[in-house]
Design a binder for this molecule. Structure first.
Ligand code: ATP
Ligand code: MG
Ligand code: MG
Length: 550
């Protein structure tokens, strides 16, 4: 991971460190709502918040923003923790749940009512919306707005006690129904929801809203810099209002541009739809932009951290190319992934002058980029598989691979020459008959003759039968969010499953989840769910070269 480059948030923090604004402390937080799995956009926020804490000697809190009882589940809390840890970050003892603050938040709400800064409203949700006005039209005051503090307090206590039905009352801040910022037109702070909560059970039937909860959670935890995405720019006025109205410790909210990535969607709501409607196999489907999907696809934490560093932090929204994410994983895998041989579209080759019952072992360098990776022995015998694409019966001029009468090198093995092409009754090629030159063992000819093509291959008798999953983008357009239904842009070609691929024995012996390069084909990983040594299953992480460039 390159050294963190400066950005406008670091400039703000540098200023605060100099002026002693927060006594030289830096405390950030990552505050997901546990209503889905984390995606690559969240990774940007994680790297930013945990990265700031790391670089300024501060702390970053892991906070579950779990104030909405209907959408949240323990499964999500567990997956979020797993994903943040996998990315390489550690919150130590600093794990919090907004729901732990319910009692405190209630007391703060009571204080606001006492100060005349909040009131219980009997309007329905639709009426409140209608009264709120528009950008060009001021809002209308609710008939309940001038209710006495005593009356509001009594009603609020009875709301908590469960006396009223859902939707009959809300607690609202008394701010300004004519504010140019619509969020400031007496926003709702509490509503009645008679639903059990995943942590507090049936203790509560009123739940605080995001804008009330978030600033106070930051305040309670003595956060210094509360970093969030640009959609919350208008909410900052309310963030500041609540903290000022209660005269409590006051962190500062700073907004940055969210990550948008081409040819995918980064919204938990939309990702949930893909999962629930069966467009993908689950949250960790390797096509998903979720952290668990990228992990299963073969991405390393380093590659994702690197990506987040490269995209930087800005004040303006933009679309990032998928090619950049792929560049980052390729760069990392090039350094770390061992090279092995897998033939994804096999064509049989018989070496007619090689003894029938002979097997020999040839030495392969595991990773030319990493001498410490060592070497391994690969079996060679009379019958082999090569890639069907590596043979052409009538090769054009620039095709340097195998053709009738041509000679090529088998990687680290021998030169072979194609002597005969065998076809079935349909005229499809089923087998090539070749001869090898025993003098070329290791891949070079003592007489100095050259060949242009080097092919990967697998010994048929030793090969394992593998399933290989190739992935393409989930969507056919760069921005699936433009339009009525993002699902209309789902690609029918996002997954291609190949059966009966032939892989060398070392590939069948891999650990599920581990990463490798299939020589000349791409970077792959052994699928963490489905791979067994009897039935190896590989996911293509990324091709060897950028396929986005036209
Ligand atoms: P979604 O719309 O996918 O549900 P969210 O913002 O509602 O995302 P939260 O769980 O509330 O999801 O997000 C936790 C943190 O991650 C927030 O601080 C949020 O700003 C940040 N975050 C979410 N999506 C992105 C993104 N695309 N780019 C950068 N940060 C993001
Ligand atoms: Mg959210
Ligand atoms: Mg959102």
């Amino acid at each position: 991971t390159p050294a963190p480059s400066s950005n406008f948030i670091r400039t703000i923090i540098d200023g605060d460190m100099e002026s002693g604004k927060y006594d030289g402390r830096v405390v950030t937080r990552f505050p997901p709502e546990p209503n889905g799995y984390l995606h690559i956009g969240h990774a940007k926020s994680i790297c930013l918040n945990f990265g700031l804490a790391r670089d300024y000697g501060g702390t970053c809190h892991m906070r579950f923003d779990d104030t909405n009882p209907t959408k949240e589940e323990v499964e999500y809390v567990d997956s979020i923790q797993e994903d943040v840890r996998w990315l390489g970050f550690d919150w130590g003892e600093h794990r919090y749940f907004s729901s732990d603050y319910f009692e405190k938040l209630y007391e703060y709400a009571v204080q606001l009512i006492r100060k005349g800064k909040a009131y219980v409203d009997d309007l329905s949700a639709e009426e409140i919306r209608a009264y709120r006005g528009t950008l060009t039209e001021p809002g209308k005051e609710s008939p309940c707005r001038n209710r006495s503090a005593e009356e509001s307090l009594d009603l609020f206590e009875r709301m908590r006690a469960g006396e009223f039905e859902d939707g009959t009352h809300v607690l609202r801040a008394r701010i300004d129904m004519a504010s140019p910022n619509i969020i400031m037109r007496d926003p709702t702070l509490y509503r009645i929801r008679k639903v059990a909560h995943h942590r507090t059970g049936d203790t509560w039937c009123i739940y605080p809203m995001y804008d009330f909860t978030h600033c106070l959670s930051d305040s309670i935890e003595k956060i210094t810099h509360s970093v969030c995405t640009l959609e919350f720019e208008n909410n900052r006025e309310l963030y500041d209002w609540v903290l000022d109205a209660l005269a409590v410790y006051h962190p500062q909210q700073i907004e940055f541009a969210r990550l948008n990535l081409g040819y995918t969607v980064l919204s938990k709501r939309k990702l949930i739809e893909l999962v629930n409607d069966g467009h993908v196999s689950g949250w960790d489907d390797p096509r998903m932009p979720t952290i668990s999907g990228l992990r299963r696809r073969g991405y390393s934490p380093e590659a994702i951290r690197n990506f987040c560093e490269r995209i930087g932090v800005a004040k303006r929204d933009s679309m990032v190319d998928m090619a950049l994410l792929e560049y980052c994983v390729r760069e990392d895998l090039n350094k770390h992934a061992p090279r092995l041989m897998g033939v994804i579209n096999p064509l049989k080759v018989v070496i007619t002058n090689y003894p029938e019952d002979q097997t020999e072992e040839l030495e392969f360098i595991n990773n030319p980029e990493d001498p410490a990776a060592g070497s391994r022995m690969v079996p060679f015998s009379r019958e082999l598989y090569i890639e069907r694409d590596d043979f052409m019966e009538e090769p054009p001029r620039k095709f340097f691979r195998l053709g009738p009468g041509r000679e090529v090198r088998l990687r680290y093995a021998y030169f072979i020459r194609c002597e005969e092409v065998i076809k079935d009754e349909n005229g499809d090629i089923t087998e090539l008959r070749c001869t090898y030159d025993p003098e070329t063992r290791g891949g070079n000819a003592p007489d100095g003759r050259k060949v242009k093509g080097t092919l990967h291959w697998v010994s048929a008798a030793h090969a394992a039968d593998a399933e290989v999953r190739l992935y393409n983008p989930l969507f056919t357009v760069e921005n699936p969010n433009e339009g009525d239904d993002f699902k209309a842009f789902l690609s029918p070609d996002s997954l291609k499953v190949l059966q009966h691929c032939k892989v060398e024995p070392a590939l069948a012996a891999m650990e599920p989840g581990s990463r490798c390069q299939f020589e000349r084909i791409g970077y792959f990983c052994a699928d963490s769910r489905d791979f067994t040594s009897e039935k190896p299953v590989f996911n293509r992480t990324v091709t060897l070269r950028d396929t986005w460039a036209k």
